[in-house]
Design a protein around this ligand. Sequence first.
Ligand SMILES: [Zn+2]
Length: 448
Amino acid sequence: MTHPHTQTYWLEHAWLGSFVEPGVAVEVVDGRITAVRTGLGSPPPGTEILRGLTLPGLANAHSHAFHRALRGTVQVGSGTFWTWREVMYATADRLTPDTYHALARAVYAEMALAGITAVGEFHYVHHAPGGAPYADPNAMGEALIDAAAEAGIRITLLDTAYLSSGFGQPPDTHQLRFSDGSADAWAERCSVLKDRDHLRIGAAIHSVRAVPARQLATVARWAEERRAPLHVHLSEQTAENDACRAAHGCTPTRLLADHGVLGPRTTGVHNTHLTDEDIALLGDSTTGTCMCPTTERDLADGIGPAAALQKAGSPLSLGSDSHAVIDLLEEARAMELDERLRTRTRGHWTAAALLRAASADGHAALGWDDAGTIETGALADLTTIALDSVRTAGPLPRLGAETAVFAASAADVRHTIVGGRHVVRDGAHTLVPDVPQALAQAVEALRA
Ligand SMILES: [Zn+2]
């Protein structure tokens, strides 16, 4: 019989969901928090000390790992989302299970260094170029799953149905490798995938452009039967809204509602260009909203109505999406600051509300209901932010949440702990020795 592995951390300051508490001991047994004791002025003997402000692990609810290869490259010249997409497709054409594994391992290691303990990978590059399945039809998904394990973070693989190029249009040349041919074939392929310790299997509908209306219910039912998360890119572009109205006479949100896609386990990603009726449909069904502010501003998408959506009943999560930068603190800050610019008033969300989107609500959107909080019973996933860096020194520790959200960056992440294990210690990854080099090599391998 093996003894359970017990470890106690002493958190110099801990954010416990709505306020900062000094001197908190967190006991962890086999990767789960078994006790949280507050009011400890000094660390009890035998505890591991985490200096700074410890938050629950951060959840990056929307990722396309391969977009990391575009960083910098896509900042030359002008254009729109649609011209950016051409460059993105050229990179997607070059991915293989091996090159994608190497890139994703490095990208997920970058996420760990940024304090991210769980990622939602919106995965649609399923097959070989041209569309022929690999010997293992889930070879690309398995490459991502292995990459997350090697980088030490949790992953929700949001296996994505991508069947058409536009309303009534077959996939174009680039998109052939994304398509399973039908939603039934998509369901058959992903039914082979099962949850593991670090893995949740979820579903995604790429968009109303990419899954014909009559097949939407197949994907929704698959997710419903498994009680799995279901994500969908929704109204990121006005062109998508226009094409949906032309094809179906309604908005994308209404189309999803009419085909049983909305609900508490569903998350709309972006939700940028919505009508008042769309906002009510999403809120009344408690469909979540994943905002990706650094990508939305990078791609000149527009500012989504996040505050109105939350007020209507839609829980908010955050994602780095195209990985223009990987910094969940920046995503949280950007959501509030975008709203300030639009409304010319301040304080739409408290720092605590923004951190909840980046932690508990992000995890819930990815099917990790037992992560994202520092409390007994939760998975022991923690992120410690330095409060003594050049960016964060000065404010009172009780303003740690405000300091972290509005002044810190990913560079201030000192420790990342997943399941009670240090994945990042003192700013260094414990499993991937040289993350910048791993990124450079993986991106070089994909260069034209
Ligand atoms: Zn996306």
